[in-house]
Design a protein around this ligand. Structure first.
Ligand code: AMP
Length: 280
């Protein structure tokens, strides 16, 4: 009986704020999974967590223009709506929100988002304006959707850290952090992996393994700084990549750390024009 009922539960596709307000007016206990589409196993794990925890689940697909600090990167961001729709239907989510930019940016902020100086590290240093765009869009989506819980991945640890810190508390949405999902070669699933050639994908997998084992090695090392710098040089020469950073940082405040306990090893690098990030 339950199975039969489940077959008739249709995912509602909401293409505007009007659709959304109509569909959500009496919904409580709502879990929200924000995405930029081109869905993969990482996204799916967040969605499954929401489906398990919450009565209703809404997923958004919105490629937010304001968080791209490079026009080409925005234009080339992978898209696959057809496959995304089929994944979401199979997962039996309740709502898919696919707004236009005008739905999300339907009001002007009173004051611009400004990162504090101590937050201008890691990706904030290398992608100017990126997190200001992320924080702004997350505030807007939270205000529009009013979820009880928002599911974010540790794959983008700095994003998770900053959204927790800057998303206004008045909306009372609890941020739930979700572990990173990887393939068997330790490479984190990422929409940007779809931009890599087979050869580049192999390189990304090798780098993931190297950084994963480096983290293990760090706990036995007396000179973490040197180990990180040597590894950066070695990988740069070996794979012809360009690092933005390879840094060990404390997970609770993101300050540079010299011990492995309560720390993560953060990495960002470019294979040709494709920028990948991860943390272990
Ligand atoms: P994106 O579509 O890249 O904006 O990602 C949407 C959400 O999925 C973010 O909260 C990401 O941190 C999360 N995410 C992306 N990749 C992974 C992964 N491999 N494992 C877990 N979560 C992920």
């Amino acid at each position: 009986m339950f199975y039969l009922l489940n077959c008739f539960i249709q995912m509602k596709i909401l293409l505007s704020n009007n659709d959304l307000n109509e569909a959500l007016y009496d919904v409580s206990n709502l879990g929200f999974v924000p995405t930029m589409g081109s869905l993969h196993n990482g996204h799916i794990s967040l969605i499954k967590k929401s489906l398990k925890d919450c009565k209703k689940t809404i997923v958004s697909i919105f490629i937010n223009p304001t968080q791209f600090n490079n026009k080409n990167d925005f234009e080339n961001y992978p898209k696959n709506n057809k496959k995304d729709l089929s994944i979401l239907k199979n997962l039996k989510i309740n709502f898919l929100y696919m707004p236009k930019a005008k739905d999300v940016y339907d009001y002007e902020r009173k004051s611009p988002i400004r990162l504090r100086k101590k937050d201008k590290i890691l990706c904030a240093k290398f992608r100017k304006g990126h997190f200001e765009g992320v924080i702004d869009v997350m505030e807007r989506l939270t205000k529009i959707i009013k979820p009880q819980k928002i599911y974010l991945g540790e794959k983008d640890f700095q994003q998770l850290f900053l959204v927790k810190k800057y998303n206004p508390k008045k909306y009372k949405a609890k941020i739930i952090s979700c572990r990173t999902i990887r393939n068997k070669n330790k490479l984190a699933f990422s929409s940007r992996n779809k931009l890599l050639s087979k050869k580049q994908l192999k390189i990304a997998e090798k780098i993931s393994k190297e950084v994963f084992f480096l983290k293990k090695k760090l706990s036995k090392s007396r000179n973490i700084k040197k180990l990180l710098s040597d590894k950066k040089k070695r990988l740069t020469n070996l794979f012809n990549i360009k690092f933005d950073y390879l840094e060990l940082r404390n997970t609770s405040n993101l300050k540079i750390s010299n011990k492995v306990k309560n720390s993560r090893l953060f990495v960002a690098y470019h294979i040709n024009k494709i920028r990948l990030i991860d943390n272990f």
